[in-house]
Design a protein around this ligand. Structure first.
Ligand code: PLP
Length: 429
């Protein structure tokens, strides 16, 4: 595979950008080599600047659930661009997207748009602290909630793939208010809340962990979180930046039927443009300025291009049969992966919830950060590179999710399974 143009661009970019990228996970550090620079994408495929085309399971790390350059989204964005790209004043599009979100997500009564998942989480935490008058927050090891100062403690894939310790530059007095627990350990959650529940502002969780690879919640885990936070008067925040609109129009909360007090959204909600959102109970959201005293703002928040793309995306996802189709194709792919690993005798564990999935190269069941860390990352690196040669583009880290889109065809999936078998054989040596 010729990647000389990508290599040249990477050399240029590294001179003027940290690591040559604008987000660390793009740098291919965990898999060796250099990142591919993408020129274009359409449907289920991305094409790099050297003209190599790949079946894509990264999907821009989640947003591209309808496939790349979906004609309806492209058309809607074009039309909006002609009308102006930013006004710094309200538009009808903002109310339209907010109405769609409130209608789709069971626990959201009121929602505020921001520009990224990180911003959504930072804001939700501020609301929780402001509303409860408490400082402490609880998160789980291996869950990522964006790069906000309070959240960069034991924070999953990006940090994990780079082997970074907890992040320098975070004020110790702030970090000490972030308490971390092992994912899926309900008894540790109970212990903590029994001891100091009255000091805890909020508990934040990825209802299906996606940032240490996909780790589904154990039976009853989310229910326990709901019960202890309610009893302690703490705010339960579901970070649905990945799961929102992916596991169903109503996200993980609808799928598992556990309703948080607040929800953070990102990725899919922008239809491929930068959007995040946080929302929840009316009484909590009433504390947000200008209704309430908790300040949160954004010059480009509710940007008309992004709102237009988001509205079109949610309309596409509201159509009959969308989630059944994603479920069926994701199941087909994961079964294929599983059969390959069994046939070759490779120790692996497979996790999937709806259209998000992971293959972990370990013989141990995967339930939390500790078990995920037992993976053979050397094998993953060889497999990833062999698969790339075969024309399949997956996330360049063992600790990430794979994402199915509406644009993947059954032929694409069959092709992927066959490519994966050859790659796995090569990687195993
Ligand atoms: C991606 C992600 C974020 C951060 O969103 P950005 O848009 O990258 O800032 C937060 N939480 C979860 C669960 C995510 O997957």
């Amino acid at each position: 595979m010729n990647t000389s143009k990508s290599e040249a661009l990477f050399a240029r970019a590294q001179k003027v950008m940290p690591g040559g990228v604008n987000s660390p996970v793009r740098a291919f550090k965990a898999v060796g080599g250099h990142p591919l620079f993408i020129a274009s994408a359409r449907g289920a495929r991305v094409t790099d600047v050297d003209g190599n085309t790949f079946i894509d399971y990264v999907g821009s790390w989640g947003p591209m659930i309808a496939g790349h350059a979906h004609p309806r989204i492209v058309e809607r964005v074009k039309r909006q661009a002609e009308l102006g790209t930013s006004f710094g004043a309200p538009t009808g599009l903002e109310a339209e997207l907010a109405e769609k979100v409130v209608a789709a997500v069971p626990s959201i009564e009121v929602v505020r748009m921001v520009n990224s998942g990180t911003e959504a989480v930072m804001s939700a935490i501020r609301i929780a602290r402001g509303a409860t008058g408490r400082d402490q927050i609880v998160k789980f090891e291996g869950c990522y909630h964006g790069h906000g100062d309070s959240l960069l403690v034991k924070a999953g894939s990006g940090v994990m793939s780079l082997g970074l310790p907890d992040c320098p530059g975070i004020v110790a007095d702030l970090a000490k208010n972030t308490l971390t627990l092992p994912y899926n350990d309900a008894s540790k959650v109970r212990e903590l809340f029994d001891r100091q529940g009255d000091k805890i502002a909020c508990l934040i969780v990825e209802p299906v962990a996606g940032n240490m690879g996909v780790v589904p919640p154990a039976t009853g885990f989310l229910e326990t979180l709901r019960e202890v936070t309610r009893k302690a008067g703490a705010v339960l925040i579901f970070d649905e930046v990945i799961t929102g609109f992916r596991l169903g129009l109503g996200g993980a909360q609808e799928r598992f039927n556990v309703l948080p007090d607040m929800t953070c959204l990102g990725k899919i909600i922008g239809g491929g443009l930068p959007v995040g959102a946080y929302g929840g109970r009316q009484d909590l959201m009433d504390k947000v300025a200008p209704t309430g005293a908790i300040y949160q703002a954004g010059t480009l928040s509710g940007n008309p291009l992004a709102m237009a793309a988001g509205c079109e995306m949610l309309d596409i996802l509201a159509e009959e049969g969308v989630y059944g189709d994603l479920e069926k194709k994701s199941d087909m792919l994961c079964r294929g992966y599983q059969d390959n690993a069994s046939a070759l005798g490779v120790a692996a564990r497979f996790t999937r919830v709806g259209a998000m999935f992971s293959m972990f190269f370990t013989g141990r069941d995967v339930t939390d950060y500790e078990s995920v860390k037992t993976c053979d990352t050397g094998l993953f690196q060889r497999y990833f590179n062999a698969l790339l040669e075969e024309g399949v583009y997956m996330a360049p880290s063992q600790f990430e999710a794979g994402f199915m889109s509406l644009a993947h065809s059954e032929e694409d999936i069959q092709q992927t399974i066959e490519a994966s078998q050859r790659a796995l054989r090569k990687a195993r040596g």
